[in-house]
Design a protein around this ligand. Sequence first.
Ligand SMILES: Nc1ncnc2c1ncn2[C@@H]1O[C@H](COP(=O)(O)OP(=O)(O)OP(=O)(O)O)[C@@H](O)[C@H]1O
Length: 231
Amino acid sequence: MTVLSLKDVSKRYGRQHALRNVTMTLSNNGIVGLIGPNGSGKSTILKLIAGLLQPTKGEITLSGEKVTRRSADQIAFLAEIDSLYSYQTVQETVQFWANTTPDFSEKKAVEMLETLDVDLTKKIKNLSKGNRARVKLALIISRDVPILLMDEPLSGLDPMVREDILRMIVSYVDVERQTVILSTHEVAEVEPYLDYVIFVKEGEVRLEESVESLREKRGTNLVETMKEVLL
Ligand SMILES: Nc1ncnc2c1ncn2[C@@H]1O[C@H](COP(=O)(O)OP(=O)(O)OP(=O)(O)O)[C@@H](O)[C@H]1O
């Protein structure tokens, strides 16, 4: 079944063309890597899917319905910017999400944070950058929604935190029911975790395919494929 579809989607910011005629269809694709160089349009694609931006042209549908701002109840969005309240403790933050987000599992969030050794009694402002990233991800992953969008979840984090983040996604996302789309340019690092890739360049989708069939067809790893497709 088609979970998400973009049909001939273009986006301009004023006169700046950010996306041109993007068409893609995702149907239970598990963990999807949205890969492309800086400025290729990755964030724009994620914001359009989340209903935070309107396409200039084209149509985006989620489970057959047109995406609007109201689609937020079906989509969890991990933005690049920090969206936590610094004066709250981790526990209060989890509680706040439990009170405001109907599909949020407090149990799952607490379990994940305890596994990651994050101190729930600490204030957000006193957490390390890595632990803030772990908290943000735990909050998003604890939502029971069909689509989880993550804009550069690894950016600016040290290798240990990056590995934790990728492991969290694999261990806690229910890929039978949920699709994760994460944008990154760390291809080699994410390759073992991805089921599907979408390569974008200059606002266009250059290739989208399952990682397994790419390996079979090309006999190379994703880094090599990326070089062929994007350079
Ligand atoms: N609010 C905006 N106003 C004008 N131009 C914008 C705006 N947001 C993005 N752009 C432009 O649109 C293009 C695509 O940007 P986008 O942020 O989607 O790319 P990206 O692949 O996410 O880049 P990065 O990896 O650097 O985050 C770029 O040329 C960018 O400069």
